[in-house]
Each structure stands twice: as structure tokens, then as C-alpha cells.
Design a protein around this ligand. Structure first.
Ligand code: ATP
Length: 366
């Protein structure tokens, strides 16, 4: 069991600030996913927790013990690498038992513990095989087994599913979530895959350029993104983001983008120049000739593309934003949406689904 506290952690490589003043509390039993684009500092942060990289600034505490400068083996945390890092010449049994042999545990204890872990991960029948005789998914489980055998306080995982094909990745996601529930241990998991993050995490920490943008449950970060970055990172397609102006009119706040009133907005706004955000699934296509319902925002554009996702469809519209360029706006819903390329259509949105961000700082205004 472990609560991990990260305080003002930073890492500088030459001129690169890989991790910049990150403070983060990982609760005991959390499945915390570090999420962000390539190069945002996820791996560096995880490796500092593991003790494989020394921080430039800040502290790491497990429970209340400062482990910032402890060597990796004294931290009581286990790392599962993307490459699995299995020993090719050793059997599955010896790979799993390796950490216990290195710690000079008695032979009988090692044998019992390896059998227990192999049972948990359904590797019983494969103990005599070498890594090259295993599938990618089985290798991944052996790597997990090697972490599990030490009964660590926390598991650190760096993109452990990225070498698996799509189907196996989905199955392994479910297995990992079940394993986390069964063990009740703390997991810190790095990925750039938002689906992995949304489906497995109890909490997600989003990083951009080495800085922590937001920490919250999957629902919180999706429904209440703290910044334009988070809004534009999550979702497929991500949130539509349009430059807009806020003005008071007839006692109401009206949002205008490109000369079109998008929405009546119930709140007040500190700034008049904002970025307006609407998720594609919150837009609805207004059938031709139908009157727009009152108290709905409206957006008019020309259909430029349609994507068939199977059960759903995504329509792309070019929406005039006042300048020469037209913004691409996505609408997503059950198939068929009833759109055809070249159609001029109106999309509607309920005001509660309109997000506002400061144009200057990119931070959420509501
Ligand atoms: P990815 O998803 O591509 O693995 P990441 O979010 O894990 O990316 P990091 O590997 O933590 O990102 O890297 C963060 C930044 O630090 C990047 O700009 C990277 O180029 C830089 N960096 C990482 N390790 C080193 C190093 N040993 N020396 C110099 N720069 C480094």
C-alpha cells in the first residue's frame, strides 16, 4: 500500500525542461494515468518515481518517507517497461522469480511465490518456456509477473500495451483493471493513448510541455477540461474550439463567432475575447426546414466530409469565423446523421454544453 506525494518535481536536460514544477498526490490504491503527447515528460516523471532518473528539483515521498535520492531497489516500487525487458535465455519461471533470487530469498519461498503469481496471471502452463516462445500478450504478463512477485508498494508502468495489437490491447486493458482491483495497490501508468487513460484510470494527470495541466477522474477531465489543451487532447474527434466574442445584449450574455450568435450563456465573463468549446457529440443537426428551438446555440456551415465509424458517424463542417478562413467543426452522433457533402446545415447546442476558455491564458473561465 502506498501513497505517493510529488512536490515541485523538475528535471532539466541541458536546455530542455522535461518536467517543470510538478506537484501531484497519488492516493493509496489509485490507478493514476500520466497522459499527454509525445515529449510532454511522462516517462521522465515516471522514471524519477522509480529512481532511474535523479530530479533537478523537488521531492518524492512514499507514505511520509522521502525517497527522492534512494536507489531504485530500496524504493519498494516495481517498474514494468514498454519493451518488457525479459531475459531471453531464462524460462518464464526464472524470469518471474528473478527479483526474489536477486534478493536471495529461500528457494522454497521463491517456488511458492512464482506459482502463486503465475496462477494469478494464468501463466501456469507456460513456466518452462523462453520469452521467444510466447505471444506479445503472454510476454507482457510475464513482465507483470516479475513486478508482482516482489509484492511492491506500487507498480509503475511505461506504455506496457504499446507492443500489442489492437484486439489484445483491449483485452489486456480489462485484465489490468481487474488486476488493479484485485491487488488494491497503487498504479502509476504512462500512456499517450486517451482510450487507455479513460478506461483504466481512477484519476488522470494531463501533462503538456513538462507542466501539469489538470488532475481529475476521467469524467472530470472530460466534462470539465481545465484548459484549451485538455479540451483539445481528449475526445475523438476532440472538442471543437472556436474564437468567439462575449457581449451583453438585452440583459443576456451572447456569444458570437464569425458574426453568428452561437449561444446565450448564463454566466458572466471576465474577458470578451474567448475560445468557445463544444464537444462533437453535443451538437445536433437541425433537420432542413425545422425551426431552431429557443435557448439553443446555433452554428451554420457547409458539410465538407463524413466519416463512418460503424455505429456512429462524424460530419465535418466548414464554419465561417469572420475572417477568410473557415473553422472545421465536427459533429458526432448515431449513423446516419443525415448529411451530404456540400449541404448547408445548421447545428444546435444546449447552452450547458458550451465551454469557455480565456483566449489569453487558455484556462477555463467557468
Ligand atoms: P513519449 O511519449 O514520446 O515517450 P514522454 O512524454 O514520455 O514522451 P519524455 O521521454 O519524458 O517524454 O521526454 C520529455 C522531454 O525531455 C523531451 O523533450 C525529450 O526529448 C527530453 N529528454 C528525455 N530524456 C532526455 C535525455 N536523457 N537527454 C536529453 N533530453 C531528454
Amino acid at each position: 500500500m502506498a501513497r505517493i506525494r510529488i512536490e515541485g518535481l523538475g528535471k532539466v536536460f541541458g536546455a530542455t525542461r522535461a518536467v517543470d514544477d510538478v506537484s501531484l498526490d497519488v492516493a493509496d490504491g489509485d490507478f493514476l494515468v500520466l497522459l499527454g503527447p509525445s515529449g510532454c515528460g511522462k516517462t521522465t516523471l515516471l522514471r524519477m518515481i522509480a529512481g532511474l532518473i535523479q530530479p533537478s528539483t523537488g521531492r518524492i515521498l512514499v507514505e511520509d518517507r522521502d525517497i527522492t535520492y534512494l536507489p531504485p531497489r530500496e524504493r519498494d516500487v516495481a517498474m514494468v517497461f514498454q519493451s518488457y525487458a525479459l531475459y531471453p535465455h531464462l524460462s518464464v519461471e526464472r524470469n518471474i522469480g528473478f527479483p526474489l533470487r536477486a534478493a536471495r530469498r529461500p528457494k522454497a519461498e521463491i517456488a511458492t511465490r512464482v506459482r502463486e503469481v503465475a496462477g494469478q496471471l494464468e501463466l501456469d502452463g507456460l513456466l518452462g518456456r523462453r520469452p521467444r516462445e510466447l505471444s506479445g500478450g503472454q510476454r507482457q504478463r510475464v513482465a507483470l509477473g516479475r513486478a508482482l512477485v516482489r509484492d511492491p508498494r506500487a507498480f509503475l508502468m511505461d506504455e506496457p500495451l504499446s507492443n500489442l495489437d489492437a484486439k489484445l490491447r483491449t483485452a489486456t486493458r480489462t485484465e489490468l483493471t481487474a488486476l488493479h482491483r484485485r491487488l488494491g495497490s497503487t498504479f502509476v501508468y504512462v500512456t499517450h493513448d486517451q482510450v487507455e487513460a479513460m478506461t483504466m484510470a481512477t484519476r488522470i494527470a494531463l501533462l503538456d510541455g513538462g507542466r501539469l495541466e489538470q488532475v481529475g477522474t476521467p469524467t472530470e477531465v472530460y466534462d470539465q477540461p481545465a484548459s484549451v489543451f485538455v479540451a483539445g487532447f481528449l475526445g475523438a474527434p476532440p472538442m471543437n474550439l472556436l474564437p468567439a466574442t462575449v457581449a451583453g445584449r438585452d440583459g443576456q450574455v451572447v456569444l458570437t463567432a464569425g458574426g453568428v450568435d452561437i449561444s446565450l450563456w448564463p454566466g458572466g465573463a471576465d474577458s470578451t475575447e474567448v475560445t468557445l468549446g463544444i464537444r462533437p457529440e453535443h451538437l445536433r443537426v437541425l433537420p432542413a426546414g425545422a425551426p431552431a428551438p429557443a435557448a439553443r446555440g446555433r452554428l451554420t456551415g457547409t458539410v465538407t466530409g463524413i466519416e463512418n465509424l460503424g455505429s456512429e458517424e462524424v460530419g465535418w463542417l466548414g464554419v465561417g469565423t469572420g475572417d477568410a478562413a473557415s473553422a472545421a467543426v465536427a459533429v458526432r452522433g448515431p449513423r446516419p446523421l443525415g448529411l451530404a457533402i456540400g449541404d448547408r446545415v445548421t447545428l444546435i447546442v444546449a447552452p450547458e454544453h458550451v465551454h469557455l476558455f480565456s483566449r489569453d491564458s487558455g484556462r477555463r473561465l467557468t
